[in-house]
Structure formats: C-alpha cells, structure tokens
Design a protein around this ligand. Structure first.
Ligand code: NAP
Length: 361
C-alpha cells in the first residue's frame, strides 16, 4: 500500500485559506492524493521551480510547442525550455503578443497565432508547425480560458470552456501527432487543474448539456473542461501505448496569473488574495509541466495525472481515472471535430525506421 501524499505546511495553508475565501475550495482538502503506482517518485515537489526541475537537462536540438505563451505559466514554461536550449514555438490569439513574449525570452523562439476556439485557426497553426519539417519533441497544451458570470456562452455551438480548453487542444494534438511520431521521444503535456476533482459537477462531464447548458455555473464548466483535459491525456496515453509518444496531464498549482481576467470583481479579488497569500510563484507553477516534458525518469510514463511534480491518484474519485468516461469523451470529441481531423494510422512499434504516416487527409 502506498501512503497518501503528505501535505506540506504551505499546502495546508493554501487549502485552509482556499476554504476561507472560496467555500468550494474547501473541497480541495477532501480527497487524499496517493502516489500513482508504477511511476518513479521525483526528487521535486511543490516548491520546486521550472528552472530547478530542468537543471542539467540539455534541450538543444529539441522543438517544443507551448500554447498560451504570452502570460503566466505558459510564458514561464517557454522561457525555461528556451533557456535549456529548446527551440520553442509559442502561440497566442495575437501574433503581436506572441512575438512580444518571444522577445522577452533568452533563446530561440518563434511566434504563431492560435485561437483554440476556431478550428480553422488550429489547422493553420498546426500546418505552420508541420511546415518546419522537424519532429515535435514537446507539445505543452497550456492555454486556458476561464469565463466569469453564470450565463453560458457557446463557441461553435458548444459550451465555451469545453470548446477552447478541450476540443481546441484535442484537434491540435491530432494535427501534430505525425510530428510527435518523428521525435525520438515525443511528449504531450496537457495543463489541467485540480478543479477537475474539486469543482466538477456531480455527474462528471455532462455530455448531454454541452450544447444547451442548464444549471450552469462558470466554475463547474471550467472544472468540467479540466476533467476533460485529464481524461484526454489518459485516453491518449492508452491509444499511444507501444509508440514513443507519452501524454500526461498536470495541475500547475494556484498561481496569480491573468487566468482571472473574466471573473467578477469579488471572485477576482478573492483569487488574487489567496494566490498572493498561499499560491505558487510562476516559476513553481511551470515546474510540473517542465518536469513532465523533460524528465529522463518519465520516458515511459503515460496517461497519468501530476501535481507538484509527482503522479498522483485521487483516492475515491469516480472520474479522474475513469476509462469508460475517457473513451466516451474521445468519441464525443471526434464527433465535434471530425471535419477537421487528420486520420492517422497507429504506427507499428516494431518499425525501426521513421514512423510512417497512414492514410491522411
Ligand atoms: N493560474 C492558476 O492558478 C491555474 C490553476 C490551475 C490550472 N491553471 C491552468 O494553467 C494554464 C495556464 O493558465 P495561466 O494561469 O497561466 O493563465 P493566463 O496567464 O491567463 O494564460 C492563459 C494563456 O492562454 C491563452 N489563451 C486564452 N484563451 C485562448 C484561446 N481561446 N485560444 C488560444 N489561447 C488562449 C492566453 O493567450 P492570449 O491571451 O495571448 O491569446 C494566455 O497566454 C491554463 O490551462 C489554466 O487553466 C491555472
């Protein structure tokens, strides 16, 4: 039996403070997190920074793609991967903002426009990356949308958090898989959130309400999309078994970033206060993404969920490791994106040459 993950003093304060400021965050203290069996324990924890977890790792010659590189955790992820030698393609809804972010980084970067809510934009971005004719070694699906207000918004007829946070990345991953196959060890990191188990609706992902949300709350909708992030990584890990690509989901931690931009005044103030009191720095917030993207310990670890640089299992949670929900999510996601998907055949792992692309387009 593996012992539950110990809660550090700061973590305790974070949870306690969370409960005081946001009643729903009280749920954060609920389930125990146990180290996931079969995954090597990392030497890092919630205090580690992205710079620390990548220290001594040479990423020269590697190509990384970071969505949402203009602020917060994505910017820090791009900064650190570039500092370690990777060539980083950073995306934003605004090419100008992405370029500006690249200029603030030491290393080699390039900027691309990406609106995750627009499939044509996703296809154009993926086509630009494919035109580099290089393997994609790391794909960090970091960009995220957090709406505010209790009026549901739709994007392309689908609840907006689900459309942007999940479907946009689902399509991007599909369109870049052929480049990940070419990597010696392709890694997909999906930035989720622990909201996936603290704030999700009782039914998990309510597929029947995606097009006509009822009993809507922005917090639950965000959490639902983050549960989709976790289950997407799980299903992807399963489907990519036998290849050299891994896929994992991470929770970055509570970090004061611009993610609160759409929240109402009271909620935003609460978030900022809490993040200032007990949150992580952006360096700490980017650590788990960078660790999962680069650690030599994780070359064969896939389909897992990480917090504080370690794979954890949320004890008693009915959805975080629910394979049947993950399979349904996959089918529903294919349904929404089928007009845009690249049809790739799974490569034969015994093939020692470059991975062959199957029938596509
Ligand atoms: N901060 C936290 O406490 C926390 C906790 C748990 C999970 N997370 C997750 O961490 C990730 C990074 O968030 P952050 O805290 O660093 O927030 P942030 O500072 O607001 O960064 C979000 C990034 O996503 C991009 N973005 C937003 N909407 C987009 C869209 N429709 N299409 C494409 N890109 C879009 C933004 O770029 P542009 O505006 O330039 O397009 C921005 O660079 C998110 O997935 C978030 O859910 C954060």
């Amino acid at each position: 039996m593996t012992p539950p993950v110990r809660t550090s003093r700061r973590e305790f304060l974070r949870l306690a403070g969370g409960a005081a400021v946001f009643p729903t965050l009280a749920a954060c203290g609920g389930p125990d997190r146990a180290p996931t069996e079969g995954v090597p324990q990392s030497p890092f924890d919630g205090n580690s920074t992205a710079a620390e977890v990548t220290e001594g790792i040479d990423l020269s010659g590697k190509l990384a793609v970071v969505t949402g590189c203009t602020s917060g955790i994505g910017f820090e992820t791009m900064r650190v991967l570039a500092a370690r030698g990777a060539y980083v393609v950073g995306t934003s809804r605004s090419l100008e903002r992405a370029r500006d972010a690249g200029r603030r980084v030491v290393g080699v970067t390039s900027a691309l426009e990406l609106e995750l809510g627009d499939p044509d934009s996703v296809l154009a971005c993926a086509a630009e990356i494919r035109s580099l004719n290089a393997p994609v070694d790391m794909l960090i699906c970091n960009a995220g949308y957090r709406g505010g207000g209790n009026e549901p918004l739709l994007t392309n007829g689908v609840e907006r958090h689900f459309a942007i946070n999940h479907l946009g990345h689902f399509l991007l991953v599909n369109r870049l898989l052929e480049r990940l196959y070419l990597s010696w060890q392709g890694r997909i990191v999906i930035v989720a959130s622990r909201a996936a188990y603290t704030d999700r609706p009782a039914g998990g992902i309510r597929f029947d309400r995606l097009e006509a949300p009822s009993d809507y709350s922005d917090r639950a909708a965000y959490a639902e999309s983050k549960l989709a992030n976790v289950l997407f990584a799980r299903e992807l890990g399963k489907r990519l078994r036998g290849t050299r690509i891994t896929a994992n989901a991470v929770h970055p931690g509570l970090v004061k970033t611009a993610i609160d931009r759409n929240l109402g005044g009271g909620s935003r103030m609460g978030f900022r206060l809490l993040a200032a009191l007990v949150g992580k720095t952006v360096g700490q917030g980017a650590a788990t993404s960078c660790y999962v993207a680069t650690s030599p310990l994780l070359g064969a670890v896939s389909g897992r969920y990480f917090e504080d640089c370690n794979a954890v299992t949320i004890e008693g949670d009915p959805y975080m490791e629910n394979d049947s929900l993950a399979a349904t999510l996959w089918d529903v996601s294919v349904g929404y994106t089928q007009d845009y998907l690249d049809k790739l055949e799974r490569p034969d792992p015994s093939d020692i040459g470059p991975w062959h692309r199957g029938a596509s387009q």
